[in-house]
Design a protein. Structure first.
Length: 159
């Protein structure tokens, strides 16, 4: 895995309005979908029954929307820079989230992250709003779009 890019908090703030990064493509295969169904106890046929799903409007099984959403953490780790002095990055939730298109089993997805806003909550906490898009390889419409709120907790040595 490529080492993550480290930037100062000033450099981070200067990136508002710009794309921070794009993750690698990630395969969403049936075993991943099945494992997610087991963990969440959501065994709806459209996700886990290829025979039933073949008769649906999608023609195959599709990933749970929440599976796609949960993969944002991995994608963000690959795509986003680290602010120097960060001791924790905390998920605050979403201001806006839409599941736009289904992710069919066997598809590949990737995350795009644009820094929409940075607010200083106090001396050691930056709250970021990230415009996120999850692309589906070969598809015109994305899997999801949203405004993701995160907090960057900085240690005493701030850059």
């Amino acid at each position: 895995m490529t080492p993550r890019r480290v930037i100062s908090s000033e450099e981070y703030r200067a990136l508002v309005g710009r794309e921070l990064g794009v993750s690698e493509w990630l395969s969403v295969l049936q075993p991943r979908i099945d494992a997610f169904a087991t963990v969440t106890e959501d065994h709806q046929a459209i996700h886990v029954d290829p025979v039933a799903a073949a008769k649906s409007l999608f023609g195959t099984t599709i990933a749970h929307g929440f599976l796609t959403l949960s993969l944002l953490s991995k994608m963000a780790y690959e795509a986003l820079p680290v602010v120097a002095g960060t001791v924790a990055a905390v998920n605050r939730g979403f201001e806006h989230l839409r599941f736009v298109s289904p992710v069919r089993a066997g598809s590949r997805i990737r995350g795009r992250f644009r820094l929409k806003e940075v607010a200083e909550r106090d001396k050691s906490i930056l709250q970021s709003t990230l415009d996120v898009i999850v692309d589906i390889e070969g598809e015109h419409k994305p899997a999801l779009v949203g405004d993701w709120l995160t907090m960057i907790v900085l240690g005493s040595t701030r850059s």
